[in-house]
Design a protein around this ligand. Sequence first.
Ligand code: GTP
Ligand code: SPV
Ligand code: MN
Length: 597
Amino acid sequence: MTQNRALQQWVSEMAQLCQPERIVWIDGTAEQKKVLEEEAVASGEMIRLDEQKWPGCFYHRTATNDVARTEQLTYICTSKKEDAGPTNNWMKPAEAYRQAALYFRGAMKGRTMYVIPFSMGPLGSPFSKIGIELTDSIYVVLNMLIMTRAGREILEQLGESDNFTRGLHSKADLDPNRRLILHFPEDNTIWSVGSGYGGNVLLGKKCLSLRIASWLSRREGWLAEHMLIMGIEDPTGKIDYIAAAFPSACGKTNLAMLIPPEHFRAQGYKVWTVGDDIAWLRIGEDGRLWAINPETGFFGVAPGTNAQSNPNALATIRRNTIFTNVLLTEDGDIWWEDGEGEPPASGIAWDGRPWKPGLTDDSGRPIPGAHPNSRFTAPIVQCPSVSPEWDNPRGVPLTAIVFGGRRSRLAPLVYETFSWQHGVYVGATMASEITAAQYGKQGQVRRDPMAMLPFCGYNMADYFHHWLNFGKKIEKPPKIFHVNWFRKNEAGDFIWPGFGENLRVLNWIIRRAHNQAGAVRTPIGFVPAEGELDLTNLEISGETIEQLFAIDPKDWQKELAGHSSFFAQFGDRLPQGIRDEYHALKERLALERIGTK
Ligand code: GTP
Ligand code: SPV
Ligand code: MN
């Protein structure tokens, strides 16, 4: 399918290593997709769902030990350890290739190796990057066909160039002891072996569009970020775009598809979805910051998705969607916790075991039918709120950047940073409670700078430096904010209603960015002045609002100490701008009487 010698040679070398029975090139046609679906159903890799209820939809179950990204097996393999930095696992490239080759050798015997040419970003956009993924998983192929622009036209675009990311993936024997997710930024190469789960194996997503892209973006002068992109249209028809970085399973998909509360809808406010997970940011000729979503689909968290929380997601996944690790019923229907309707009387849980409502484990906790990190893969064009600009090769211009995390305490509902440099500091000190999207102790707070801890493909200190420098080059930089939808009361309940109501906060953010809203200065940033956050028709007490904006001096002193110990690991490499902001915050906390608002 190609005359590209570099590509041909690489495919043939990888085939020699993995020894597949045959090689199939993915051409992006509907006919080929249909054949692959039938093959996957015949082999049991996928189950076709009820055609009436779920047209064009499939079900897939991953191995029970393979249901989230495995950060402890994810490596950045650079010649020098310092280039990967203290927050990444590191291996010498030669050693990493050697070890993974042991697992890849002969791993595709009796299997087909699929060659997927794909583009992250619209074909021909200056933003875009081409990758080729070799994989022995039809599930991966079918997901990549939803998540990326894939097929013959990518090869035409590539021509004779050898400028493409080389991605090799094999499920091998799905043995967690023989599993590695390796990135070789110096070689523009990704090797993933022993897993079949999303973020580990859909190589265009986190591996290319964040880890490899972040490395490239530093050299080429742009930013690759773990951010949603959305447009907010006001009653006059003006659209403001924002990009927001929240850690995994902290609300990006939900915010990107938000439906305005009635009070705003009636006035004519609309929300437009551009992307829900990844943003590539470049400075435009007009001096503004422009963003594209390099993907073409959503790989979203299923549990919690219902008509109340996210009707747009629900409408998006009605057809042509792949469901992974949710609950399956005998008659080809599916269900998940906090989804639509009552749970079915019985079904098969994500782990393949029989399930019925009310099952509990030894300690009396309910056993979920769907895995908490179960997911849907659906085309963005099916989303009712998809922005007409979603695949504009120029991207969309940003009014604001928003950082946020899952903090039961500490961080107020929203605050505005004092400057780009302060904004970078706030991003760099982001923290969040661990969720089911990664293996680890759930609920524990960890630092997750810019939501990129697991995704930054180089030394995080250099990444902060790149952010600081980058800001100096933007003539009209977006303002930077921090939000927290997840504050809890003593009883452990969320005190902010969240979801659609989050528009109230975005509305203040946009008005602030245009100097049209009042604010009060606190040591950590600006918070909305009395009456500036539009709470019309929201049943929320004054006391709760006070709790939402409380800035507790004791908590913030502890937080400051946390910043300091987090930064210590970077030693001399930590940029001066970050040190300056640390001292400035320390001083503000010491000097100013803390006002709660
Ligand atoms: P990744 O795909 O892992 O990067 O996650 P994400 O950031 O897109 O998170 P997503 O929108 O899928 O939300 C994850 C979980 O957070 C779901 O269970 C949601 O129901 C919940 N959630 C999202 N927004 C809110 C909110 O405003 N308030 C509360 N309390 N929960 C929310
Ligand atoms: C995340 O964990 O941030 C995801 C899902 O978006 S995965 O693609 O698996 O990384
Ligand atoms: Mn994500």
